[in-house]
Design a protein around this ligand. Structure first.
Ligand code: ADP
Ligand code: MG
Length: 680
């Protein structure tokens, strides 16, 4: 409907300047946008209840005749009350209206109407107060309910939409071409738009919604796929020689097949003149992603270019720096650390050496590397643990310098369906195995009556020289986690762990304080770390072998999996104790998933099915265009849209086929909203 997007909403009868402004507040500027302004909900007027069947407090539709003229009365504070009685075949009920003198003109004695409202039923009888109503013969079966803004009521929106529908041409330009609709059994656009606003019946509504949902998700999928192919345009940093075999000689272990294949995916990208590396390496905690990154850095550097390794926190930066420095000690690679807590003079020195090219590999936090740091010839950026990096942010990063290759590492296993969305513009390599000889993590589910025994067990681990994490009870939003962590730790210090040194980590601490506590824990200055969920992803304290998580039922499974990944990192057998007093079947079932598997992908799938996509996106903006009618929690339609997307691409790789012209236009329109103009 391209022409309707160009038609301002004021063109509709009854929509003047003021009304148009009200619509604009709702994001509706054109007639086309009004047609896409779908109802927020529906009132089903088709389902009529008999008066005697109603129960107290229920919202129902009653079809009944006005059985007496209205009686007037007044409340104590002078409000007008109008009362009457209505009857259907089953019986009668009282109708009451307050302060609405016009009702007597609208509801005529002896006529039948449909009344919709909440009923009160007690021994004195049945009553409906201030119902909405409609003529019995005129009622649309299912009425749309729209989002509104000051001055704009539902009826005005309905009127405007009615007119807009009349303006739809006989042949609308359907983004879903006929052969796709036929193949996947989807209705056409005109039917869908009509019925999503004014459903003929509940089946028509379901068919229409489904089609609009699938179309929106398809447009999203195709858009992300196209974004990916654009980003892959050209390789500005062609790597000539593959040094990954030489890299392996530096290691005192052999790489797993999963690591090797991820490395070779990356190498084939960076050596290909037509493609640049734009890849996500997804591997469970402990799968050895750092070595994959290190290998690619090595090859890039050996080819005379620079690499940057970005991590979210200083402590992780230090850890990576130390292990890579050790790894590269007998090579001629110059490696540097760049974090906020370095002295200014040191930072300046590192920056200078990066600019001259004296340093080959820099490891640091995001801000430091993207800020005013200049490189001599930066060819590769590695970002660790950044699954919350938005599409737009990545695009910006790639536009920096001379379009460096990008390698993203993520430890969060993401269900395939969602991975395609979140990382739609990245290629994905999955490391689906752990290095051999990993210690088991025994996971146990207990209730709080067993806590003293669990604490005794933790004590024995500590006596053997091990360390423990205790993840504090989750508290309600709005309260501070400070109380939770401090109270919990205080309790331990006074009782069970009087003689043990305990560190406390919570969200109210400054970043530098958090880092200090983590660092001290790494150096075994504390035997127990009482922590809220602020605990760092990716932190590596191999000596910590036990973790106890309170209120475990209140965490997402993926989050529990991430937390548990902090133990089992050294040579000792490790334990994870989940404490929960929630005996509901679903809670127990969820937690048992944790006890039964350590496979992050299985856990992620279970989590997605049980809780929806929220946890995978995190609270931060994900950079996707806003969705109008669909939801990423709608797994079924998401999968269907991905199937259609694959079909369409196979059918016409760049959607050049004329049958996809309207679809292509929709993709451009959707992605304009994210500010991504690449897709023109
Ligand atoms: P993650 O994928 O969680 O980032 P790391 O890269 O931190 O995992 O690796 C975890 C540990 O496993 C490190 O101590 C690393 O040296 C070790 N490691 C990595 N690859 C192998 C391997 N192929 N064999 C044995 N140990 C390995
Ligand atoms: Mg890691």
């Amino acid at each position: 409907m391209p022409s309707l997007y160009a038609m301002p909403i004021e063109k509709l009868r009854g929509v003047g300047k003021k009304r148009a402004e009200q619509f604009q507040k709702l994001g509706v500027h054109s007639v086309g946008e009004l047609l896409n302004f779908y109802p927020r909900a529906y009132e089903d007027w088709s389902d009529i209840t008999e008066i005697l069947d109603v129960s107290d407090g229920e919202t129902v539709c009653i079809k009944a005749e006005i059985g007496a003229p209205f009686q007037r009365g007044y409340t104590k504070n002078g409000k007008l009350i109008l009362k009457t009685v209505v009857y259907d075949e089953s019986g009668g009920m009282e109708l009451v209206f307050f302060n609405n003198p016009y009702i007597v003109n609208m509801l005529k004695y002896g006529k039948t109407y449909i009344f919709r409202g909440k009923v009160d039923r007690d021994l004195s009888g049945i009553r409906m107060v201030s119902p909405i109503f409609s003529d019995a013969d005129k009622t649309a079966d299912i009425k749309p309910v729209y989002n509104l803004t000051a001055g704009l009521n539902n009826t005005s929106v309905i009127r405007a939409v009615e007119q807009a529908l009349l303006l739809m041409p006989d042949e609308v330009n359907d983004p879903l071409p006929e052969h796709i609709r036929d193949k996947y059994n989807l209705c056409d656009l005109k039917f869908a738009i009509k019925n999503v606003h004014f459903p003929a019946n509940s089946k028509a509504l379901a068919i229409s919604r489904k089609r609009l949902v699938v179309e929106e998700l398809l447009v999203l999928n195709l858009g992300l796929t196209r974004l990916k192919s654009h980003k892959r345009a050209a390789n500005k940093n062609i790597v000539k020689t593959d040094y990954s075999k030489e890299f392996e000689k530096l290691l005192d272990f052999t790489l797993t097949n999963g690591q090797r294949s991820a490395i070779s995916d990356c190498i084939s990208d960076i050596t290909n003149p037509e493609i640049s590396l734009n890849r996500l390496v997804q591997g469970d905690v402990g799968s050895g992603k750092t070595m994959v990154a290190a290998s690619i850095c090595y090859t890039v550097i050996k080819n005379g270019m620079q690499a940057a390794f970005m991590v979210p926190t200083e402590i992780l930066a230090e850890q990576h720096y130390n292990s890579l420095k050790e790894l590269f000690k007998n090579t001629n690679i110059n490696i540097a650390l760049l974090t906020g807590s370095l002295r200014q003079s040191e930072k300046d020195k590192v920056r200078k050496k990066l600019e001259t090219g004296e340093i080959d590999l820099v490891i640091g936090t995001h801000a430091l590397i993207t800020d005013k740091t200049l490189f001599n010839n930066l060819a590769l950026v590695v970002t660790d643990e950044q699954h919350r990096f938005g599409v737009a942010q990545r695009a910006k990063l790639l536009s920096k310098g001379n379009s460096p290759h990008l390698l993203v590492m993520s430890a969060t296993p993401i269900p395939r369906t969602l991975g395609l969305i979140i990382f739609g513009d990245l290629d994905i390599s999955v490391i689906n195995e752990l290095p051999p000889g990993r210690q088991e993590i025994d996971t146990l589910l207990i209730d709080s009556s067993v806590r003293p025994r669990a604490l005794g067990f933790i004590r024995r681990q500590i006596e053997r020289g091990r360390q423990a994490y205790i993840v504090c009870p989750l508290i309600d939003e709005g309260e501070s986690d400070l109380a939770s962590a401090q109270d919990y730790a205080a309790e331990l210090m006074l009782n069970f762990f009087r003689d043990i040194s305990i560190g406390i980590l919570h969200g109210k601490l400054k970043a530098t304080e958090k880092e200090k506590i983590m660092r001290d824990f790494t150096q075994n200055k504390y035997q127990v770390l009482v922590t809220t969920t602020v605990i760092e992803v990716g932190i590596d304290v191999p000596n910590a072998t036990i973790m106890m998580i309170e209120n475990a039922e209140r965490f997402g499974l993926s989050q529990l999996h991430q937390l548990r990944g902090r133990v089992g990192r050294g040579g000792e057998k490790s334990y994870c104790i989940l404490v929960s007093d929630n005996t509901s079947e679903t809670a127990q079932e969820r937690l048992k998933v944790m006890c039964s598997t350590r496979d992050g992908f299985k856990i992620a799938d279970a989590d997605y099915k049980l809780r929806g996509p929220g946890d995978f996106f995190g609270s931060k903006q994900h950079g996707l265009p806003p969705l109008n009618i669909s939801s990423l929690a709608d797994t079924r339609n998401l999968e269907l849209s991905q199937e259609i997307s694959e079909y369409v691409i196979k059918d016409s790789i760049n959607l050049t086929d004329d049958r996809y012209r309207a679809l292509k236009a929709e993709i451009t329109r959707l992605f304009k909203k994210t500010g991504d103009e690449t897709l023109n």
